[in-house]
Write a protein that binds this ligand. Structure first.
Ligand code: ADE
Length: 232
């Protein structure tokens, strides 16, 4: 992680599935504070845009130097990801691709944006988590980390639960229930307690399809079936 705010990552990467994956040695994190690579005594990392206009722009020097430092930490060449609202949309398909990488370097911006020569010279893969603007890339990096780490083999207890869920199948998830069978007058559908695994599977598929048609018809192909691009 290349960031101006490394402190925001600690509690998140230490908790839940990401924390367990880390403890089990399935993933390792290292944090580089871009400000440590500032070149003046005020530790400046941003400056006014040439041509005028509001806001500040993240400077080339500290980012290039921080990235060169990150590269030197490990022999594997990292795939550099820049978190920016201008990037390609993060989908489950992109997450699956990133989960194959041996090493990722996530570059988080702040202020108005990056000096364009950071894109030109470092050629990052630019990723956006959605069509809204965050005050920095850290929130987006946390989203990406969570989605990628849970796909690492052995990170989630039950592999099936990863394969079966929304988006992996191209459909939204079917409704789930647990004990008690009746709660405030609402009953668990009879079929789920019937013990007939075939009927349960057929019911779940029909529910997932209906829910997808109703809520996210864009995920379905023109024939109303799940498309193969599960991350649509
Ligand atoms: N930085 C600011 N907004 C962002 C977004 N929507 N996605 C990724 N990085 C960002």
């Amino acid at each position: 992680m290349l960031t101006l705010f490394p402190e925001v990552f600690g509690p998140f990467v230490g908790a839940s599935i990401v924390g367990r994956a880390q403890a089990a040695g399935k993933v390792e994190f290292a944090f580089t504070n871009v400000r440590d690579f500032a070149r003046d005594r005020h530790r400046t990392v941003d400056d006014k845009p040439f041509g005028g206009g509001p806001g500040m722009v993240l400077m080339c020097g500290p980012v290039y130097d921080a990235y060169e430092h990150v590269r030197s930490l490990h022999p594997a060449e990292p795939q550099l990801i820049m978190l920016t609202p201008q990037g390609e949309r993060l989908t489950q398909r992109v997450v699956e691709e990133l989960a194959q990488a041996e090493r990722l370097a996530l570059l988080c911006g702040h202020y108005e944006g990056f000096d364009e020569r950071i894109r030109e010279g470092l050629q990052p893969r630019e990723i956006s988590i959605g069509d809204y603007v965050l005050s920095g890339g850290e929130g987006a990096a946390l989203v990406l980390i969570d989605a990628v780490v849970r796909l690492l083999p052995g990170a989630v207890g039950c592999e099936e639960s990863v394969a079966d869920e929304s988006f992996s199948s191209g459909l939204l998830e079917y409704p789930q229930y647990t004990r008690p069978r009746a709660y405030r007058g609402m009953e668990v559908p009879e079929i789920l307690v019937s013990g007939d695994h075939g009927k349960v599977a057929a019911w779940r598929h029909a529910q997932a399809l209906a829910r997808t048609q109703q809520r996210r018809p864009d995920l379905l192909g023109p024939d109303g079936k799940a498309g193969c691009d599960s991350g649509a």
